[in-house]
Design a protein around this ligand. Sequence first.
Ligand code: SF4
Length: 323
Amino acid sequence: MVLLDVRNLQKSFPVYGGMFGKKTGEVRAVDDVSFTVEEGEVLGFVGESGCGKSTTGRTMIRLYEPTGGEVIFDGKNLFQLSAGEMRKTRRDLQMVFQDPFASLNPRQKIANILEEPLIVHGIGTAKERKEQVQELLHVVGLNPFHGERYPHQFSGGQRQRIGIARALSTRPKLIVADEPVSALDVSIQSQVLNLMMDLQEQFSLTYIFISHDLSVVKHISHRVGVMYLGRMIELSPRDELYSKPLHPYTRALLSAVPVPDPEAKRKRMILKGDVPSPEKPPAGCAFHPRCPHVFERCREERPVFEDAGGGHMVACHLMEKGG
Ligand code: SF4
């Protein structure tokens, strides 16, 4: 069953400049992005920094107000909800942030941090909430006695476990995890990733998992979406994307990922040029100034994001030429 249906999502930010700080332009951080997420699915988003993946995650749950499009979550059109209705719906929509320390109040004990969402949403009596906090600490692999400590008394990995426990506290239907392991040491990353996978199974959670790291996304996701300059350019079941990428940008990204088997030969594709300014995205296919396969049509016409077969979506004119 589809839990989340994102249709033509757009988010622009104004750009101010000049002596008087007047609006001089705008950045289309999310440009006409559409996708669906099934209940119990993990959808990964990858792309270079500034490609719009985090903004997509935040706009779709209205942490940023959208510029356009619609989001149907659990049968509700989120962008049409009143502030009060949205507050209630937040119980089902939680977020895990990259920097667990910045997202935890340093002056609050962990037990209070974890209890707060329960109080806000009127969940349980004081006694039930205390029990639930102990249970939450336990399920994320922390000692229930740690509730009496403050955030600075924990390591980075433990703090991210607390961030995950807080997101879990209201038993949400969807968790948007924005670079949840990027700030952690590599040795700790896999522990936190494995915890997230265990919890996903245990509580039948649905995740949107955002990361610039293709290996991390591959580990946890059922399907993966690739973003470039605010647009979704490829979206496919995970194994298919990693074994048969169709978009030249995805191929280039994947060619840069180290492979464990030194015998496995893979030609590294070096992309020419930098990511263009999102303030002035190129016409036609936004990737055309860097694409090794560019042809005339790419410079003029934006490719449609469409199914190339078996739910493998891609936006590239090459598909009509037969790949
Ligand atoms: Fe390259 Fe053209 Fe495909 Fe864009 S549409 S990725 S420029 S071949």
